[in-house]
Design a protein around this ligand. Structure first.
Ligand code: SAH
Length: 236
């Protein structure tokens, strides 16, 4: 997968992609990440990428031209599956979206700033708008990093044990079961006996029951989603 991130603050996220699993994914050649400084695409002599809003409201708005020039330059090199804009009024980012995006070859993520971007960009250039939650950040960089991380970690080969991404929370609309490591007894805080039994089938069954119980208790909405998904699949 190739991922192009457009931002006015490249230094804010460069470090993020140069650590740990995401760095290894790039070294293995599974993903190529390119971060573009929007100011490199402006013709303004002060490299200005924002301007006052029409209508006189507060704040600054990101201009069309540099964003259009940057996206056009990228599109001239390859075709993109999606041009994503991070925005609090976009569709809520979920594991399902991450899984779907992980199947794409080329993605652009545009980070907004200030009051947001000139709406015409959203109408004409953006194909998908994503929010990472109902709160407002100062810029789209953290959102882009969160989206990229969740997408990349489910690409086969990125996490060494492929099963481990599939058994995480939200896959199959379930929360993950609790996990433990040595020692089996710490100051009397004990690991559940079943996990020490060596009985594979019983352990898997315990994990599933834990997942179900925790989902019912903490996120019953996920089970409703699951029922709706099954109805949709059966209806096809
Ligand atoms: N005026 C906008 C908020 C602008 S915040 C509004 O009220 O909707 C500045 C930028 O930060 C946004 O353009 C967006 O790119 C990013 N951002 C802020 N909160 C976000 C969120 N919850 N999810 C994704 N991006 C977000």
């Amino acid at each position: 997968m190739r991922l192009d991130i457009i931002t006015v603050l490249p230094e804010m996220i460069e470090g993020f992609f140069n650590c740990s699993i995401l760095k290894r994914a790039q070294n293995k050649g599974i993903v190529e990440i390119s971060i573009h400084n929007l100011r490199d695409y402006t013709t303004d002599r002060y490299r200005k990428v924002d301007d006052y809003p029409f209508g006189g409201c507060a704040g600054m708005v990101m201009k069309i031209e540099p964003i259009d020039r940057c996206i056009s330059a990228l599109k001239a090199e390859r075709s993109y599956d999606e041009v994503i804009f991070t925005t609090p009024d976009g569709e809520q980012f979920t594991q399902k979206t991450a899984n779907a995006l992980s199947l794409c070859n080329n993605l652009i993520i545009l980070c907004g700033h200030f009051k947001g971007i000139d709406y015409r960009i959203r109408e004409h250039l953006i194909t998908k708008e994503i929010s990472i939650g109902d709160y407002v950040l100062t810029g789209g960089e953290l959102a882009a990093a969160a989206i990229a991380d969740a997408v990349i970690r489910v690409i086969p080969g990125v996490i060494s044990d492929e099963q481990s991404a599939l058994s995480d929370s939200f896959q199959d609309n379930l929360l993950a079961p609790p996990v433990y490591t040595r020692p089996a007894d710490y100051k009397g805080w004990k690991v559940p006996d079943v996990l020490l039994s060596g009985h594979e089938a019983k352990i898997r069954d315990w994990e599933f029951q834990q997942s179900l119980e925790r989902t019912q208790r903490l996120r019953p909405d996920l089970l409703v989603d699951s029922i709706n998904d099954n109805i949709l699949h059966d209806g096809k």
